[in-house]
Design a protein around this ligand. Structure first.
Ligand code: CP
Ligand code: NVA
Length: 300
């Protein structure tokens, strides 16, 4: 594994290795056992979109591993003034040991990897969010002890989160159902990948059908970063795609609720469901541990 560009590139074994290392790093962290294995290493973090979790967890993660992280916004970089990604990739590769990038187009992330010579980590694109799903899988295994026989149901937009959840869940052996409006289905490449897994993947606009027998209910905002102009239209299109108590009643007993956050309470999830499913914050914490595992795998 040279980069983390999307989960489609990883084998099941690579995913499980990251999760195992993440568990170990979390245990060491809780027991105050230092693990400064990236001493002297620098991670550049390019953010073309806002972030709370990704930024703070990568920055703190690099610190805990003995390295340093540089926050690079487009306002600081020449990328913001049009310097091509090929040149940025080549130059930053001379200074840094790795780059984490959050941006719009997946192609930009792939191009950084193509023209640069250091590991590239995708910190979210419109297409996918692999770091988030590694933390999600870590949390599911922590709570349920296994992936075998589990079903995850995602409710909402068929974009970055749905795309990565389909790939991640299927690769580790879970089944997955996506409840989304028909005009917001997951990406074609992901649906093509899912075909191999036959009836382990369901895409439907019937939210109750998707949630039936689920062990994990997952949702995300109706309007993602960059779609703020469509927010009012999306409120209408997605009004029935909400995780609430009624939907939880269709799922299995002991069903977990996950949300990548930030959440819009009263839209994709009700306030009472968040407040009674605080595993969402274990999920957020696990961003730190899962990403540290990725950093160790790629930068050490
Ligand atoms: N879930 C997630 O990636 O959060 P941030 O946008 O705050 O980084
Ligand atoms: N779908 C959301 C995820 C945020 C972590 C977005 O792209 O804004």
């Amino acid at each position: 594994m040279k980069h983390l560009l999307k989960l489609l590139d990883l084998t099941k074994e690579e995913i499980v290795e990251i999760l195992n290392l993440a568990d170990q790093l979390k245990w060491e962290n809780k027991n105050n056992i230092p693990h400064k294995v990236l001493e002297g290493k620098s991670l550049g973090m390019i953010f073309q979109k806002s972030s709370t979790r990704t930024r703070v967890s990568f920055e703190v993660g690099m610190y805990q591993l003995g390295g340093q992280a540089l926050f690079l916004s487009p306002r600081d970089l020449q990328i913001g003034r049009g310097e091509p990604i090929q040149d940025t990739a080549r130059v930053l590769s001379r200074f840094l040991d790795g780059i984490m990038i959050r941006t719009f187009e997946q192609k930009e992330v792939e191009d950084l990897a193509k023209y640069g010579s250091i590991p590239i980590i995708n910190g979210l694109t419109d297409f996918c969010h692999p770091c988030q799903v590694l933390a999600d899988l870590m949390t599911i295994r922590e709570y349920k002890g296994t992936f075998d026989g589990l079903k995850l149901c995602f409710v909402g937009d068929g974009n970055n989160m749905a795309n990565s959840l389909i790939v991640g869940c299927l690769k580790v052996g879970m089944s997955v159902a996506i409840a989304c409006p028909n005009n917001h289905r997951p990406a074609e490449t992901v649906l093509e990948f899912a075909k191999e897994y036959k009836d382990k993947c369901l895409i439907t606009d019937d939210i109750r059908l998707a949630a039936k027998g689920a062990d994990v209910l997952y949702t995300d905002v109706w309007a993602s970063m960059g779609q703020e102009g469509e927010a009012e239209l999306r409120k209408k299109e997605f009004k029935d795609f909400q995780i609430n108590q009624e939907l939880l009643d269709v799922a299995n007993d002991g069903c977990m609720v996950l949300h990548c956050l930030p959440a819009h309470r009263g839209e994709e999830i009700t306030d009472d469901v968040i407040e009674s499913h605080l595993e969402i914050f274990d999920e957020a914490e696990n961003r730190l541990h899962a990403q540290k595992a990725v950093l160790v795998k790629l930068l050490k």
